[in-house]
Design a protein around this ligand. Structure first.
Ligand SMILES: CC(C)(COP(=O)(O)OP(=O)(O)OC[C@H]1O[C@@H](n2cnc3c(N)ncnc32)[C@H](O)[C@@H]1OP(=O)(O)O)[C@@H](O)C(=O)NCCC(=O)NCCS
Length: 173
């Protein structure tokens, strides 16, 4: 059966709560873009870092970023704000995991918190030889976790369908 093994797969599923990872950083002048707001790349870097942490916690393996599906910036982040990124593994397949990241910025003087961005990254676990290797499946426990797992599967299906269509298009010249 696909994805099943004695060491992990469906035999040893893990709830998303076991992978929750959080990083915070206070934004300074060095994080600014030419407009004076925080550079999007700074936020992307934090998302990649926290997604990697969540994926390692889920798989207990070395991981690499295979791709990022979507990154939305709903509001600008300002210099002087505290940025917190929170990541959870939403779903896992054979060697890849979708990690959802929520970005919040806090005005530390007023305490106002804004949900500024969301991102979905695919991380792949590697064995000691650097080859993709099996990871535990995800066992969603709450209604939100089940919804996130369903939506992660949709994004993966779309990604694979797009890849197949592009390959077919190229093969047809
Ligand atoms: C990600 C990587 C390990 C995949 O290797 P590969 O030879 O394509 O391996 P496979 O075809 O067996 O794919 C392994 C898994 O990666 C997934 N994958 C591969 N490319 C992907 C992409 N662009 N987006 C999302 N998932 C991807 C596959 O769906 C598969 O998932 P599954 O095992 O859960 O079904 C390889 O492309 C790589 O090392 N890329 C560079 C990663 C890196 O350095 N990142 C940091 C950038 S600075």
């Amino acid at each position: 059966m696909w994805g099943v093994s004695k060491s992990n797969g469906h035999v040893n599923p893990k709830p998303p709560s076991e992978s929750i990872s959080i990083l915070s950083r206070w934004m300074g002048i060095g994080d600014a873009n030419t407009a004076g707001n925080v550079h999007g790349g700074v936020i992307l870097h934090m998302c990649d870092e926290v997604a990697g942490l969540a994926a390692v916690r889920h798989s207990r393996r070395r991981v690499v970023t295979a791709g990022m599906d979507r990154m939305t910036f709903r509001h600008p982040v300002l210099v002087g704000e505290l940025v917190t990124v929170k990541a959870t593994v939403n779903a896992a397949w054979r060697s890849s995991m979708e990690v959802g990241v929520r970005v919040e910025s806090e005005n530390v003087r007023t305490g106002e918190v804004t949900h500024t961005s969301a991102a979905y990254l695919t991380m792949v676990a590697l064995d000691d030889e650097g080859r993709p290797t099996e990871v535990p499946s995800v066992k969603p426990e709450t209604a939100d976790e089940m919804r996130r797992a369903r939506e992660a599967q949709l994004r993966r299906d779309n990604r694979l369908a797009e890849r197949e269509r592009i390959q077919a298009e190229r093969a047809n010249g």
